[in-house]
Each structure stands twice: as structure tokens, then as C-alpha cells.
Design a protein around this ligand. Structure first.
Ligand code: GLU
Length: 292
């Protein structure tokens, strides 16, 4: 049997909070239990929002929690060529198309469709309207001209073409920390023609994460329930790219006393703030259900 490989994959776009601590500690605990490896990956493709000081803070906070990870750490922004190669596979098979639309343009189009039909247009699991296919029918001449003129564009999955090639059912194995496993069906189509290469960076979260999990030999993905729906898309991408599908566990989220999800953007108390208040790492571990 291959040695299990777990990873914690934060984005350095803010300070870590208790939810991150839980995810990191759970990955570490499961890796220990299964005699596996524990990797840390820095997901910094978003070059406008990620900052070196947040990356340094991740190392500091995780070390303070008592975690040890393998080095060197993979930093996604150093590997755009790997994601580019995966993208070329999809492009070569005619499974993606370029999209020149702005978010506003899409929203306006969807408003018109909804007004005309009197029905709500479907949303993806993140709440964004499914792409209504505006750029899908562009001629190859127009595409070449606009790209040649330097017009910014993203690349979207052509879900209709993908569905023909890979109709499914798409499945993955969900595991629980108690060791239970069950095969579940993924529904990638609820993402519609989602963006696979962004306008501003030459990849996307979805593409980078499946490429890296495969390149790093990750066997067990342990991450929050907020990413559960993304797994449906990841399973499809793995199939299209010929990559192994790891086992998945989506853990419950740590909530604020008010019942809201902890998020960097909502100014939840960060680990360094707890530390400054005199809270110890042992107390955090205990509060989150891990041995001190
Ligand atoms: N980088 C993602 C985040 O910070 C996590 C990605 C993953 O675990 O798949 O939310």
C-alpha cells in the first residue's frame, strides 16, 4: 500500500483563524494516525491578494500550533507552467473556449433572460449565475482577432462538449475520520461552463488544486465543507486530465458565536490575536478537540 499523503493548502491572503487551525490539525492528526505524510502547500495564484507577509505568518502560526510539515513547501505561483500544461490538454481536446465577458456583462444578460422567461436563471454552488454561453458561439476568426488584439479573456469549460466525452457517472470516495468510506456521485454539471483559466492569472483554483494534488501524490484531501461542491468539479477535471482521484473528507466549519462561518474577510479573531491575548497553543488544540 502506498503511504497516505495529506495536505493543508491555505492561501496567503489574510491571517489564519481557528477554522484554518482545525483543518491543519485534523490533516496532521489523520496523517499521524495512518502513518502518512503531512504537506503544506501555499495557494498563492491570486497575485493581487496574496502577500509575502501572510505567507510568513502562516509558517509562524502553524509552527506555534506545534505542526511540522515537509520542506520545501510547494508555492503555486512558482508553478504556472504546470497548470498551463494541464490547460493545454483540455484545449487540445476542444473542451474549453475563451470568454471575453465581464461579470457585469454576464449579470446583464442573465437579467434579460430572467425578465423574458419570468424564471430564475440557475446559479452555481457559489451563487454565481451559470454562464449563459455568450462567447460560446464565436467564430474562430473572431476569437483569433480578439485574442490577437490583446483583449483580456478567461477560458471556460465547455460543459456540453465535456458531457459528450465524459458523461459519467462521476464518483469519488468520501471518508470519515473514523475510517468509514462510501462512494458518492459527483454532479459537476451544476457548475455549468465554469472558468478554468482566469482573466487575471493563467490558471484557477480548480485547475491548480487538481494538478497539485496529483503532482504531490495526495491520497487524502481533508478540507472544509465550504469546498464540498468544488469536489464535484475536481473529480471531473481529474478524469479529463487522467489524474488519480484522492479520497475526500469535508469537515464541518468552525462557527463564530453568532453562528457565522469564520472568514478572514469578516474579521474573525485571528490566531495571532488569540496568541497576543495570552491564549496558548495547547488551549487552542484542546478547544478544537485535539490532544494538547
Ligand atoms: N486554498 C484553499 C483555501 O484556502 C483551500 C484549497 C483546498 O484545500 O483544496 O480555501
Amino acid at each position: 500500500m502506498t503511504q497516505p499523503v495529506f495536505r493543508f493548502a491555505p492561501s496567503p491572503n489574510g491571517r489564519l483563524h481557528l477554522g484554518h487551525a482545525y483543518s491543519a490539525l485534523l490533516n496532521d492528526a489523520l496523517a499521524r494516525r495512518l502513518d502518512g505524510r503531512f504537506l503544506l502547500r501555499i495557494e498563492d495564484i491570486d497575485i493581487t491578494r496574496c502577500r509575502p507577509e501572510y505567507e510568513r505568518a502562516i509558517y509562524e502560526d502553524l509552527a506555534w500550533l506545534g505542526l511540522h510539515w515537509e520542506k520545501p513547501v510547494r508555492r503555486q505561483a512558482e508553478h504556472f507552467s504546470d497548470y498551463g500544461a494541464a490547460f493545454q490538454v483540455l484545449k487540445g481536446r476542444g473542451l474549453v473556449y475563451p470568454c471575453f465577458c465581464s461579470r457585469r456583462h454576464i449579470a446583464e444578460k442573465v437579467e434579460v433572460i430572467e425578465a423574458q422567461s419570468g424564471k430564475a436563471w440557475p446559479r452555481d454552488p457559489d451563487g454565481a449565475p451559470l454562464y449563459p454561453g455568450i462567447c460560446k458561439g464565436l467564430s474562430s476568426e473572431e476569437v483569433a482577432r480578439r485574442i490577437g488584439a490583446g483583449e483580456p479573456h478567461a477560458w471556460r469549460i465547455d460543459s456540453e462538449a465535456v458531457r459528450k466525452r465524459s458523461p459519467g457517472p462521476h464518483t469519488f470516495t468520501r471518508f470519515s475520520p473514523d475510517g468509514d468510506e462510501e462512494v458518492v456521485e459527483a454532479d459537476p454539471w451544476r457548475w455549468g461552463d465554469t472558468v478554468i483559466v482566469r482573466k487575471d492569472v493563467p490558471t484557477s483554483y480548480h485547475l491548480s488544486v487538481v494538478v497539485d494534488d496529483a503532482l504531490q501524490g495526495v491520497t487524502h484531501v481533508v478540507r472544509g465543507q465550504d469546498l464540498e461542491a468544488a469536489t464535484d468539479l475536481h473529480v471531473l477535471l481529474q478524469e479529463l486530465l487522467g489524474l488519480a482521484t484522492p479520497l475526500y473528507h469535508h469537515h464541518g466549519l468552525i462557527l463564530n458565536p453568532g453562528g457565522d462561518k469564520l472568514a478572514k474577510s469578516r474579521k474573525s479573531e485571528a490566531l495571532f490575536e488569540l496568541r497576543a491575548r495570552g491564549v496558548t497553543a495547547a488551549e487552542i488544540r484542546q478547544k478544537l478537540g485535539f490532544a494538547p
